[in-house]
Write a protein that binds this ligand. Structure first.
Ligand code: AMP
Ligand code: GLY
Length: 417
């Protein structure tokens, strides 16, 4: 089949890498892509937020399947526009993508479906904000209601900082603090049947030991040796299936990738957030372990055929990804710096590879940084220790002036911290 992937980050590079190895994929296109994706897919220029333009490109390419990667085009209705053109699309409708696009909507769906999550208030006035902050006490959790690329959430002990963030948002969700480790569990769904993937853990804070500001994610690993083996079954039963059922009941079925961001608290599993797309950087490690060819799975979800899809196959090994970020990320990042050592990193042991997040190729042929998160260096191995060693070995060969990365991705899970 011919596949068009929309987006241009490390998640789309991971998707394209898997699809490029898939025997069922005869042609692979990506728009807009990036310098790394250009190695495995043919790139096209399109405004990813323009549904009719994406649909027209898909028709022109004769695509059998369009995979919409990021949240902004989903919320803008790009998957709807592709489907309206009679082409299969992997990704939810604009209506269903509100599960990610509005934290208040997600809370409403969870309440209706009895899905365990933090207690919360939606506030629009300073008085409501103060009441909610008082009601919960520290640590305060304040979330911008709209899309914010993982940066709209402030968790702080400082009531003034919490109030400042709340007042800077039009509509804000203030909620109970959830303790305990976080897990990302993705599920592929056609709106009815739900197929969970393997859990992963993301590192949201910018610096080692979970210090510094929240980011879009600085690294990830899978599997989670410390997790209860029944975790996936439990989340299927208490979170994923009820949420999918509730959206179908409302007449806005959710098809595509349902991402549950979970906290494993002392009182049980709680949903921190939903996303309506593959997570970045967790996708890099989850797809590194998936043995089932990806195109068939995504196509089955896009065509309401998951019920008869065979069980997924997984590698028993581990995967680790380490994000290399620009100077000053997650603040305004510096871009346009040359990146060196990419070939050495890929060649050094054959089990590490470099996924591009924010890069572009200059006319000179040089690869330049073009975003906050620049690269996602991924490696597989028989266990987390081996995968970590390989990933960091590759990271050490890459040169990008004043970049930063975390040194402790998967360290604790591997028993090394
Ligand atoms: P979100 O965008 O909702 O995933 O939030 C980003 C990050 O903020 C999460 O990954 C958590 O680390 C943290 N966070 C969000 N909500 C809570 C909560 N209720 N309790 C504790 N930490 C939270
Ligand atoms: N890894 C966090 C996200 O994709 O939102």
């Amino acid at each position: 089949m011919k596949v068009l992937v929309i987006g241009g980050g490390a998640r789309e590079h991971a998707l394209c890498r898997s699809l490029s190895h898939d025997p069922d994929v005869s042609a692979l296109h990506c728009a807009p892509g990036n310098a790394g994706i250009a190695e495995v897919a043919e790139l096209h220029q399109v405004d990813a937020l323009d549904g009719p333009a994406v649909a027209a490109l898909a028709a022109e390419l004769g695509a059998d399947l369009v995979v919409v990667g990021p949240e902004a085009p989903l919320v803008a209705g790009v998957a709807d526009a592709v489907r309206a053109r009679g082409i299969a699309a992997f990704g939810p409708s604009a209506e269903a993508a509100r599960l990610e696009g509005s934290k208040a909507f997600a809370k409403d769906v969870m309440a209706a479906a009895n899905v365990p999550t933090a207690r919360s208030y939606v506030c629009t006035t300073p008085e409501e904000v103060d009441e909610a902050l008082d009601a919960f006490g520290a640590p305060y959790v304040v979330k911008d209601d709209g899309l914010a690329a993982g940066k709209g959430v402030v968790v702080t002990e400082d009531v003034e900082a919490a109030r400042r963030h709340a007042l800077a948002c039009d509509r804000v969700v203030i909620e109970e603090f959830l303790d305990g480790p976080e897990v990302s569990l993705f599920a592929v769904t056609d709106g009815e049947t739900v197929v969970p993937l393997q859990p992963a853990q993301d590192f949201k804070r910018a610096y080692d030991a979970d210090e510094g500001p929240n980011t879009g994610g600085m690294g990830a690993y899978s599997p989670l040796p410390w997790a209860d083996p029944k975790l996936v079954d439990e989340v299927m039963e208490t979170v994923l299936q009820p949420t999918v059922d509730e959206l179908r009941r409302r007449g806005t079925p959710f098809s595509g990738l349902l991402y549950a961001g979970l906290a494993i608290t002392s009182r049980g599993v709680r949903v921190i957030e939903f996303n309506a797309r593959f997570g970045d950087p967790e996708t890099q490690v989850v797809l590194a372990r998936l043995r089932t060819p990806l195109s068939g799975l995504l196509y089955a979800a896009a065509t309401d055929a998951l019920i008869s899809f065979p069980p997924l196959r997984w590698s028993d090994g581990a995967a680790v990804t380490v994000v290399i970020a620009s100077h000053n990320y997650p603040g305004t990042p510096r871009t346009g710096d040359p990146i060196e050592g990419l070939d050495e990193a890929e060649q050094h042991d054959g089990h590490a590879y470099v996924l591009h997040a924010g890069t572009k190729r200059a006319e000179s042929g040089e690869i330049l940084s073009a975003g906050g998160r620049v690269l996602s260096v991924t490696a597989t191995g028989p266990d987390l220790t081996a995968a970590r060693t390989r990933a960091y070995g590759a990271v050490s060969l890459i040169r990008l002036a004043d970049s930063h990365h975390r040194a402790d991705i998967a360290a604790k899970a591997a028993g090394e911290a």
